[in-house]
Design a protein around this ligand. Structure first.
Ligand code: SAH
Ligand code: SF4
Length: 339
């Protein structure tokens, strides 16, 4: 039994060829899968009943199940999806005030090997990579369930996308070509895997690269992120500069704010100094509580003070709106488990 979701037009043509149908049928099926997001072959109403019956003998739309669906009071939807081997990941759909923008936050791996101290995903360790089909199935599942068209994709769910780069790049290509989501509407977030960042620079990636920096200096970053022992802030700085030089693109810096740890005036000054020659925007993420540690979110007052100090250095700074915290769908709260 073939699964149609995730297939390229060429692969769908192989199926229609095997049924002795025209290439035009393949184009129709492709549209039903990627643009109209049907759940069943029977919904492909411009195919004859006879052809649909033949197709159903050898193919199905998807093999991914929605195991749990939670809707937050702010409209954010979190899905726990199950793949045929029983592994699960979470995918989140965020609607911002401007309803025309529907952003899917997708996972790239089951679990994560990087194991940052503040992150619920890291606590599970690394289980396996997702294939590019499994990545795009997350967006298709959202579209099938809501009947809405996703307009933006961020790789900010579970996993480190740069440690599964081939599948992530292939998924991005499909988002671009099959879903008609422009490169500028795709964002890849990394904890700072330097060699792969250099590879993206070589590839001249035109999507947004977001770097999870989270600290103003080596000592603090080491406490938060073990990856700092492998690729330290110095090498990260070089890699970011190289990326900006090669692609001409501005980087997004993600900076988690944790009370008393990296939210001081001194930290803001050091951070501004570290970033002074990097073309970037800064996105401050007030820490979202998870069960496994006792970090705390700073007060709104100190968040605003930190923001002000950074803005003073000439950077554009935003504070990330918290989405779906009441259903544990906010950043860092994704565990990929039912409870
Ligand atoms: N592995 C990649 C992408 C997924 S994480 C990365 O780390 O960049 C997406 C973002 O959520 C990262 O910036 C991550 O640091 C942040 N995050 C993790 N745990 C968090 C928490 N408890 N509160 C707020 N943000 C968190
Ligand atoms: Fe992995 Fe990102 Fe979580 Fe760190 S923050 S453990 S890199 S998913």
């Amino acid at each position: 039994m073939k699964t149609l979701s995730g297939l390229s037009l060429k692969e769908i043509e192989e199926i229609t060829d095997s049924l002795k149908a025209s290439k035009f049928r393949a184009r129709q099926i492709h549209n039903w899968i990627y643009l109209k997001s049907v759940k069943e072959i029977d919904e492909m109403t411009d195919l004859s009943v006879k052809f649909r019956e033949e197709l159903k003998q050898i193919a199905r739309v998807s093999d991914v199940k929605i195991k749990v669906k939670q809707v937050s009071s702010d409209g954010t939807i979190k899905y726990l999806l199950e793949y045929p081997d029983g592994e699960c990941v979470e995918t989140v759909l965020m609607r911002f005030d401007n309803r025309a923008n529907l952003t899917a936050c997708v996972s790239s791996q089951v679990g994560c090997a990087v194991n940052c101290s503040f992150c619920a995903t890291g606590k599970r360790g690394f289980i396996r990579n997702l294939s590019y089909k499994e990545i795009i199935e997350q967006v298709l599942s959202i579209q099938r369930d809501t009947g809405l068209k996703v307009t933006n994709v961020v790789f900010m769910g579970q996993g480190e996308p740069l440690l599964n780069l081939d599948n992530v790049l292939k998924a991005m290509e499909i988002f671009n070509e099959n879903f008609q989501i422009g490169a500028r509407r795709l964002t890849v977030s990394t904890s700072g895997i330097v060699p792969q960042m250099n590879k993206l620079a070589e590839l001249d990636m035109q999507s947004t690269l977001a770097v999870s920096l989270h600290a103003p200096n080596h000592e603090i970053r080491k406490k938060l992120m073990q990856i700092e022992n492998k690729y330290d802030m110095k090498s990260l700085h070089t890699a970011m500069k190289n990326y900006v030089d090669k692609t001409g693109r501005r980087i997004t810096i993600e900076y988690l704010l944790i009370k008393g740890l990296n939210d001081t005036i001194q930290s803001a000054k050091e951070l501004a100094e570290y970033l002074h020659d990097i073309k970037c925007n800064i996105n401050l993420i007030p820490y979202n509580p998870t069960a496994d540690n006792d970090y705390q979110r700073p007060s709104n007052n100190s968040i605003m003070k930190f923001k002000y100090l950074l803005e003073h250095s000439g950077k554009k700074v935003t504070v990330r709106l918290e989405r779906g915290a009441d259903i544990d769908a906010a950043c860092g709260q994704l565990k990929g488990k039912v409870s």
